[in-house]
Design a protein around this ligand. Structure first.
Ligand code: ZN
Length: 199
């Protein structure tokens, strides 16, 4: 099997099955130079179709309670199974970023939120995603265990479980949020941040 990271332009494993065959003629795609293009790309040797592969947008929220605690979920699905992250997921083709933030939060926590300011935008090149994190106000619903979460819990800014955060992008978003709401707190020691998956 081709080495995806070095051989197919950095396409991560999760995306690879979607870009194996030509969506125009069904031929097997090949990675290589394309006339008129500055970088190598996936293209179809049979019909010439070029398959452009770009990072996807993951929309997340940091739901904050009236007393200033953030709600995180313990993930019930891979990647990051059993670890903590903010609710979120891929933007669907027929919704706005704001709609996605509300929908994903409801699906994963049972909470209705009103997305507010963007805490940050975080690229993960290895995972081929861009993660946007909205600070959000809880306006309804009730914390619930869902198909995608094992547990929903409140964390004060000084009690974020840094070593058990699922993704690097989540650690970065939480660090930026803590710096904003509690600038008096020290930044987490980088050595305590566990990164089992580069999401
Ligand atoms: Zn083709």
């Amino acid at each position: 099997m081709t080495d995806l990271r070095s051989g197919r332009g950095g396409i991560p494993d999760w995306l690879e099955p979607m870009v194996r065959f030509c969506s125009r003629c069904g031929g097997e795609l090949a990675f290589g130079p394309i006339e008129g293009e500055e970088r190598e790309r996936l293209a179809c040797p049979s019909c010439g179709f070029v398959c452009y592969v770009n990072p996807r947008l993951v929309v997340t929220t940091l739901p904050v309670t009236e007393s200033g605690e953030v709600i995180l979920i313990r993930r019930g699905i891979a990647p990051g199974l059993g670890q903590w992250a903010q609710p979120g997921g891929f933007l669907e083709i027929d919704e706005t970023v704001r709609d996605a933030a509300i929908r994903e939060t409801l699906e994963e926590t049972g909470l209705e939120v009103e997305p507010g300011a963007i805490v940050g935008l975080y690229s993960s090149v290895p995972a081929a995603v861009v993660v946007v994190a909205f600070e959000s106000r809880i306006v309804g619903g009730a914390p619930a265990i869902t198909r995608e979460s094992l547990e929903t819990r409140l964390f004060a800014p000084d009690a974020i479980p840094w070593p058990d955060i699922a993704f690097e992008t989540s650690s970065r978003a939480l660090r930026d949020w803590v710096a904003r709401v509690r600038p008096d707190l020290p930044s987490p020691d980088p050595s305590t941040i566990h990164r089992p998956f580069v999401g």
